[in-house]
Design a protein around this ligand. Structure first.
Ligand code: ZN
Length: 288
C-alpha cells in the first residue's frame, strides 16, 4: 500500500538552493521541468496529462507571484512549480482527482508544489510589519526587506487515530459524511502538546473516552493546504462513547463490523485506499 504524497523522489537541495547561482543554473538545465497549478488544481495539457513545461516556456506565461518555485532535484533534473494567473487559463483538473490517478512520484511532486504555492498565495506581506516579502532560495522562503523576518512554508501537524480496546475499535462520523459512514478521528495539534497528548485530547473531546497509550504508525503530507497527518493507533479505556466536537456519532465496532462496512458499497464513500485513515484501519484489522 502506498500513501499518496509520500516517498517523494525529490532531493530538496536545501543547502544548494540558498545559492542564487545554483537556482539560476537549474532554470537553464535542459532537463528542468515546471509543474503548473491553477486555483490549486492541476493545469492539464491537451493530451490529458499534467501540463509540464521547461522554465524557459514558463517564463513567458502569466504566473502569480513569486513566479517559479524550486521544488528539488530528481536525480540531477531540477523541478519547479508555478501558479498560472487564472484569467488566462482554463480550469485545471481537481487536485484530489489528479493525484489519485497520477503515478506516486508525480503525486508527491504535485503535493509539495501545492503546499508551497498555497503558502505563497497567503503570505505576500510580512506578518510582523506588513511590508511586501521578497522570495529567496528559489522561493522556498520569504524575507521581509524591512524588519528582516524570515518566513518559511508552513506545515500544520494533525493527529489522526483509531482508538481501540480489546478487539473492538471506536470510529466516528461527521455530519457532512454520507449516512452510515464511520472513520478514524482526527484533529489539529495545539501548541505545547506532544503527539501523544494531542491524540489523547482529541479522543477525549470527540468521544469522551480516555486514551491509555498511543502508538505511532505512519505519517502523510496532506496538501489541503499544508497538513501533516500523524497516524496513531490508541488503546483506550472501555466505556460508552459520547460524540462531541465535530463528530455527530461515535460507536464501537468489532473487526467483523469494520470489514463489512469497508468491504461493502460504503467504501465508495469511505477513506480512500491511499489515505492514512485507511492504513490505520487496515493495520488494526490485521491485528497490527
Ligand atoms: Zn517585516
Amino acid at each position: 500500500m502506498h500513501l499518496t504524497f509520500t516517498r517523494s523522489p525529490l532531493d530538496h537541495a536545501g543547502l544548494q538552493r540558498a545559492d542564487p547561482a545554483f537556482v539560476e543554473a537549474s532554470l537553464h538545465h535542459p532537463a528542468a521541468r515546471v509543474v503548473l497549478l491553477t486555483h490549486g488544481d492541476v493545469a492539464m495539457s491537451a493530451d490529458g496529462e499534467p501540463h509540464i513545461v521547461h522554465p524557459a516556456e514558463a517564463a513567458i506565461m502569466a504566473l502569480l507571484p513569486p513566479g517559479l518555485v524550486f521544488l528539488g532535484l530528481e536525480n540531477d533534473a531540477p523541478w519547479f512549480a508555478a501558479s498560472l494567473e487564472s484569467a488566462s487559463t482554463p480550469p485545471g483538473l481537481d487536485f484530489r482527482r489528479a493525484t489519485m490517478v497520477a503515478d506516486p512520484d508525480m503525486a508527491a511532486i504535485l503535493g509539495r508544489a501545492r503546499a508551497i504555492l498555497t503558502w505563497h498565495a497567503r503570505r505576500h506581506y510580512c506578518s510582523k510589519c506588513g511590508t511586501p516579502n521578497v522570495a529567496h532560495d528559489g522561493a522556498t522562503k520569504l524575507i521581509c526587506p524591512s524588519c528582516k523576518t524570515e518566513h518559511f512554508p508552513r506545515t500544520d501537524p494533525s493527529v489522526i487515530m483509531l482508538p481501540f480496546s480489546g478487539d473492538r475499535c471506536v470510529m466516528g462520523r461527521q455530519p457532512a459524511w454520507p449516512p452510515g459512514l464511520f472513520a478514524t478521528l482526527a484533529g489539529f495539534m495545539e501548541p505545547g502538546e506532544t503527539i501523544e497528548e494531542a491524540c489523547a485530547r482529541e479522543v477525549l473531546e470527540e468521544t469522551g473516552l480516555k486514551v491509555i497509550s498511543a502508538r505511532y504508525i505512519a505519517s502523510q503530507p496532506w496538501p489541503f493546504p499544508s497538513t501533516l497527518m500523524i497516524g496513531l493507533i490508541a488503546e483506550i479505556e472501555p466505556g460508552e462513547p459520547v460524540a462531541a466536537d465535530d463528530i455527530e456519532e461515535a460507536r464501537w465496532f468489532t473487526r467483523e463490523e469494520v470489514r463489512e462496512l469497508y468491504e461493502g458499497p460504503m467504501m465508495r464513500w469511505g477513506p480512500p485506499h491511499y489515505s492514512i485513515s485507511r492504513l490505520l484501519i487496515d493495520t488494526w484489522l490485521k491485528g497490527g
